[in-house]
Design a protein around this ligand. Structure first.
Ligand code: ADP
Ligand code: LRH
Length: 478
């Protein structure tokens, strides 16, 4: 038996999980969980990266003796370091408003179709490329000698070693998904200095040893290696989808819903761009062909606005509300920014001529129906655009704890849903570490181990899918 610490930082919470892996066993326990609360300061919305690092150290202390540590987190965001290796300011949150109107500037130099054909990334205002163009001329960027994506920054603080892990690099919009290398042409044309980035690392590569000070602070006995994993949380989560064969879709449900397919090559067609599908990189030469859907963020923001009522009670109330009374476009980037979420959802229903949900139960039902509808659309569109049919939808992540959402997703897709594991990103993180140390085999081997060891719940589709088609028709252009 070997033990691996998986640091998994989601947009709503960070956790340090311990995975114990044997020849045919895999157990995951939570050593420490801490909230991830962004902070609004005069210059905008920022991550509390020191607080997160503190949470990581607390978690490693609680984890106890481990054979290796791996870190994954949300994508696209980064810290800038000066020539001495010190962090320049607090990393900007991807929901910060600084990228408004930036895409148009970028597309004036590299037209959107050309950018998609070169990088395969869907349009999202927060892709690192747009963030870097927005930061142009800022004193921080002018003084920066190094850019480290969030998991790479924390790895650097733990080990003193710098690298850019590939799966997360693929969310910058500066990687060519065909070569899995930097897109030098795009970077040059948009004035992005690729020397800011540390050399690429592959999942499974060694990423240094915990520094002496870290060992002292965490009470761990060295040497403890840090291993690069699929450091994009979605890459780790997709690696832990307990699928057999190829005919499956996945939905990683947490703050976001990331819904799509695992492919062996990117889909770079104009039709795919217009449908806003992304080609992010996964383990072992795979492509994560998916669409970002606003996800449980919609509910998180409402819950915050309502003063944090009990989630279980809200879901019970939502289950009593008639289905599909009103839906919103859960893929709409208009829901990206924080604040006033119940009102914004009500306004969207009013604008599309649907009954306006009023009570928290009604709004929650509207959100869950809307998410299931967006899941349906993404799963259907992805199959069509990639020419890759599926028989089953795997749902992983925090949303697997929401049985109503899983059932609605099965109903909307008209396909069985297999829900679990809940902590998929942490499991993917653990398995890549275990593999780097020779314990598990390829992706299929990892998935076989997950299927044999993790509790999974199956939801059969119910009801007539025509009602979902009708609901979709209410969302003009969605
Ligand atoms: P992230 O990694 O993006 O921070 P998670 O995968 O941890 O997100 O998922 C968080 C979401 O999981 C919450 O927003 C919530 O909607 C859902 N969730 C968590 N616990 C429960 C629960 N007990 N019942 C239903 N849903 C839950
Ligand atoms: C989910 C996630 C997603 C990205 C978003 C910024 O945590 O990594 O894959 O698009 O955060």
């Amino acid at each position: 038996m070997k033990s691996y610490a998986a640091v998994d930082l989601g947009a709503s919470s960070g956790r340090v999980m311990v995975g114990r892996v044997g020849p045919d066993s895999l157990e995951l326990t939570e050593a420490h969980r801490f909230p991830n609360r962004p902070v609004r300061v005069p210059e905008g919305l920022r991550w509390d990266v020191l607080g997160l690092y503190g949470g990581v150290l607390d978690g490693l202390r609680a984890a106890g003796r481990v054979d290796s540590v791996g870190i994954d987190s949300w994508a696209v965001d980064y810290g800038l370091l000066d020539g001495d290796g010190a962090l320049l300011g607090n990393p900007v949150h991807y929901r910060d408003a600084r990228t408004e109107g930036i895409a148009e500037k970028v597309w004036a130099s590299v037209p959107a179709p050309e950018l998609y054909a070169a990088t395969g990334l869907q349009y999202a205002p927060f892709n690192t490329l747009y963030q870097l163009v927005a930061a142009r001329g800022s004193s921080q960027l002018a003084h920066a000698e190094r850019l480290l994506l969030m998991p790479d920054l924390l790895t650097y603080w733990l080990t003193g070693e710098q690298g850019t892990e590939l799966t997360n690099a693929s969310t910058t919009q500066l990687i060519d998904p065909r070569t899995r290398e930097w897109s030098y042409d795009i970077a040059a044309r948009l004035g992005v200095d690729l020397d800011l980035f540390a050399p690429l690392r592959q999942p499974g590569d060694p990423a240094g040893l915990l520094r002496a000070e870290v060992l002292e602070e965490t009470g761990l006995e060295g040497p403890v290696p840090v291993t690069a994993v699929g450091s994009h949380d979605t890459a780790s989560a997709v690696a832990a989808v307990p699928a057999s064969g190829e005919r499956f879709a996945y939905i990683c449900t947490g703050t976001w819903s990331l819904a799509g397919l695992e492919l062996s090559a990117p889909v770079l067609t104009e039709e795919s761009r217009l449908a806003n599908f992304t080609n992010e990189l996964g383990l072992d030469g795979t492509v994560r062909y998916l669409r970002n859907i606003m996800g449980l963020w919609l509910l998180q923001e409402c819950v915050r606005a309502w003063g944090d009522p009990d989630l279980g009670g809200l879901l019970l109330d939502a289950a009593k509300v008639p289905a599909l009374r009103s839906v919103v476009d859960a893929g709409d980037a208009a829901f990206l920014a924080p604040g006033r979420m119940p009102e914004r959802i009500a306004e969207a229903c009013r604008a599309s001529g649907q009954p306006v949900p009023g009570s928290p139960g009604e709004i929650t039902r509207c959100i869950l129906d809307s998410l299931a509808l967006a899941h349906r659309k993404a799963v259907r569109d992805a199959q069509r655009l990639a020419g890759h049919p599926v028989d089953v939808v795997h749902v992983v992540g925090g949303g697997t704890r929401n049985a109503l959402l899983c059932q609605l997703t099965a109903d909307a897709c008209g396909l069985p849903v297999i829900a679990g594991p809940t902590e998929a990103a942490a499991l993917g993180n653990v398995l890549v570490q275990a593999r780097a140390h020779g314990l598990v085999g390829d992706l299929a081997g990892m998935r076989g181990l997950l299927t044999r060891t993790q509790p999974l719940t199956r939801y059969e589709p119910q009801g007539d899918t025509a009602r979902w088609r009708e609901a979709q028709s209410r969302l003009a252009g969605a």
